[in-house]
Write a protein of this length. Structure first.
Length: 540
């Protein structure tokens, strides 16, 4: 009989050694929920991808506003021309077929788009020309010009144009990128909390299974004592021994489940550079019983419709589709532009030596025009030579079928996006209702499971007392032990389900980040540094 007890103890020691050997290489790493969330926010690749997408959207927004950057154009050149002239008055010197002109020219213009869809341009030009033609009064001649032109659409492009469309689209895309970042952070935090509570439950199940093995060992020891004292036959030892081995198998299965839960959490919170941390054993602190609360479903639904990032992302798509519709409808209108321009000119130079040989004579240049660049600029400033223009430009494709088809397609895409938003809002309402129902059910289960566990503890205590008095059997004691283990596991499951339901309700209502003290902000003025976005995401 002593051999049997020694074998039992040896088996227990062997099981303990096996579990210890499996975890001997792993260092315990205490891990709170806040630490897990902070590590995930720092290391999760999906969040990094969405941060970069938001930075790209910020850059695109800045680029779209660049349509209103002034456009400067500078030009310069030199040319020499001797064009043939089919006329008796070619102005060519004697003995030559055509006059030769040499011109050096430069021009500059600054154009600016206006928020009204119009365009204003300021232009200036200067030219130095010399010729041997007998009809030109000045050579070299210095000509200057300065003008301004405003073109304002009155129909098409008045309410929206490609520049304003680009800004609206970029803004909508940025809102969508920001919503996608918030959604990714929300989903990551929710996944971390689910994995954390799953691991906590797995660790508690390990404890329950280990306690069940210990109780089976005690029962086998008591049975061996009774057999040794002659109070029970040898066959009485079979049942507790079989039950002990079965519970050992359950303990090993619980160990594997805990290892898998731990690995799932590590996948969420550890990065590629964490190295040895992948081999550490995560040890969450002892979980306390959650405080059961009631849910105001109406308020939760209202908050969800206002805060869910998925709805914000779809709403951004709707905003983009509306901008596309506005541009497409605008393209159906005919183009009617008002054009206002004003130019001044200056011209000065030296008398052309060849002009005196003109066969028809020459009245000569005005004394005010004799001079150089300064004199040309003085004439430009005086405004004696100018050109003012006011006009309307009308254009429309006959039939305009392409624009009408584009408008119809854009309107259809807008209606589709609005329908998707309506469907998403319905789904959000359904998720809130499901999450609230799950939380309420889990809260009621906690009380029921706690009462069942307390009753199982009393029943086991009473059954063990009866067994000690010889009034019960191994079967009944082991059954009560199994009942207690199940009751403890049911209580753990109820508490874990309640924690999971809390996470799901917070996610469904869009309150998860605010409740956890996590802020997700982006600063579009700093589009060159991902650190700006990274630093704005911090755990509580």
């Amino acid at each position: 009989m002593k051999r049997r007890r020694i074998a039992t103890v040896a088996a227990a020691v062997a099981l303990t050694a096996l579990v210890a050997a499996a975890t001997a290489h792993a260092a315990d790493r205490p891990l709170s929920l806040d630490d897990a969330i902070a590590a995930a926010l720092e290391n999760h690749e999906g969040i990094r991808v969405q941060r970069e997408a938001l930075l790209a959207a910020d850059a695109a927004t800045s680029g779209a506003r660049g349509a209103y950057d002034p456009f400067l154009e500078l030009a310069g050149g030199w040319r020499q021309t001797s064009p043939p002239v089919n006329s008796a008055f070619s102005g060519a010197p004697a003995g030559r077929l055509a006059a030769t002109a040499k011109v050096s020219e430069a021009s500059a213009s600054v154009a600016q788009l206006l928020p009204t869809g119009g365009r204003v341009a300021v232009r200036g030009a200067a030219e130095r020309g010399s010729t041997d033609g007998v009809f030109d009064l000045l050579s070299p001649a210095y000509s200057t010009g300065l003008g301004v032109e405003l073109r304002q659409p009155l129909l098409r492009d008045r309410a929206i144009d490609p520049a304003r469309f680009g800004i609206r689209v970029a803004a909508a895309d940025r809102e969508r990128a920001a919503a996608d970042l918030r959604r990714e952070v929300t989903e990551t935090v929710a996944a971390v909390e689910r994995a954390y509570w799953t691991l906590t439950a797995a660790r508690r199940e390990q404890s329950v299974r280990a306690e069940a093995v210990r109780l089976a060992q005690e029962q086998q020891g008591q049975t061996d004592d009774r057999i040794e004292s002659g109070m029970a036959p040898e066959t009485e030892a079979a049942q507790p021994r079989a039950e002990l081995e079965r519970r050992r198998g359950e303990l090993l299965a619980a160990d594997e489940a805990a290892a898998r839960a731990e690995n799932a959490l590590k996948l969420l919170i550890l990065g590629d550079a964490d190295g040895d941390a992948w081999g550490d054993k995560l040890t969450p602190p002892e979980a306390t019983e959650p405080a059961v609360t009631t849910v105001d479903v109406g308020a939760a639904m209202t908050r969800a419709l206002a805060a869910r990032p998925e709805l914000a992302a779809i709403d951004a798509v709707v905003a983009r589709r509306r901008a596309e519709t506005a541009l497409a409808v605008d393209a159906v209108r005919p183009a009617l532009d008002a054009v206002v321009s004003y130019d001044r000119y200056g011209l000065a130079g030296r008398r052309n030596p060849a002009a005196g040989s003109s066969p028809i004579g020459s009245p000569g240049a005005s004394p005010r025009q004799l001079g150089s660049w300064n004199d040309s600029l003085d004439l430009l400033a005086d405004g004696d030579f100018d050109d003012a223009r006011v006009g309307l430009v009308f254009a429309v494709p006959i039939g305009n079928r392409r624009a009408r088809a584009g408008a119809a397609i854009a309107k259809s895409a807008e209606r589709q996006a609005e329908s998707q938003l309506t469907l998403a809002r319905k789904q959000v309402r359904s998720e809130v209702l499901d999450a609230a129902a799950a939380l309420d059910t889990a809260g009621q289960r906690i009380a029921a499971a706690r009462a069942a566990r307390e009753a199982a503890e009393v029943q086991l205590m009473a059954e063990r007392e009866r067994y000690g008095a010889g009034m019960s059997t191994n079967f009944l004691v082991l059954t009560r032990q199994n009942d207690l283990s199940r009751a403890r596991l049911d209580e753990i499951a109820a508490q874990t389900d309640y924690r999971q339901a809390e996470v799901e309700l917070a996610r469904a209502t869009g309150a998860l980040l605010a409740d956890r003290g996590i802020a997700v902000e982006a600063h579009p003025e700093d589009t060159n540094s991902a650190d700006t976005v990274n630093a704005s995401i911090a755990s509580r």
